[in-house]
Write a protein that binds this ligand. Structure first.
Ligand SMILES: [Zn+2]
Ligand SMILES: [Zn+2]
Length: 141
């Protein structure tokens, strides 16, 4: 039986004319299921015993990023966090909110930000917004 995130991953790969290799399906399905950005290590940890080797995860991620199916969301403690791009617009990703106390990061899918106006001569390809603050559960403590 193929799981729902697997099926969604296979469909996204096909829409983007990428072969649904085991590594790509595993990485993309893990990111879809997580619902929040993950590092390479976190992807491997979530896959557990059935994880492809590190080189396969690395190659799959690079291909998915090159194809714009996965975005590098942000860097934290020198580690990239990756997430599926299917809920991002053509020129803008949804903002990310990181709590400076518990370090948890949330995707703000329903928060819209205006695109910046760039000086002449600069072309905007993609706007990514990262917000730092204190989350609701840390505020309560
Ligand atoms: Zn917090
Ligand atoms: Zn996100």
């Amino acid at each position: 039986m193929t799981s729902k995130p697997d099926q969604q991953a296979i469909a996204l790969l096909r829409e983007n004319r990428l072969r649904a290799t085991g590594g790509r399906v595993a990485v993309l399905a893990t990111l879809l299921e997580a619902g929040r950005p993950l590092t390479r290590q976190q992807i491997a940890d979530r896959l557990g015993g059935q994880a492809p080797d590190k080189a396969t995860i690395y190659r799959a991620l690079r291909r998915l990023v090159d194809s714009d199916l996965v975005h590098r969301a942000f860097v934290q403690q020198r580690q990239w966090y990756f997430e599926p791009a299917h809920r991002c617009g053509a020129t803008q990703c949804h903002p990310h909110f990181t709590c400076v106390q518990c370090r948890r990061t949330d995707c703000l899918h329903d928060v819209a930000a205006a695109l910046v106006t760039l000086p002449d001569g600069m072309t905007l390809l993609r706007q990514q917004i990262r917000i730092e603050g204190i989350c609701a559960s840390c505020c309560d403590n």
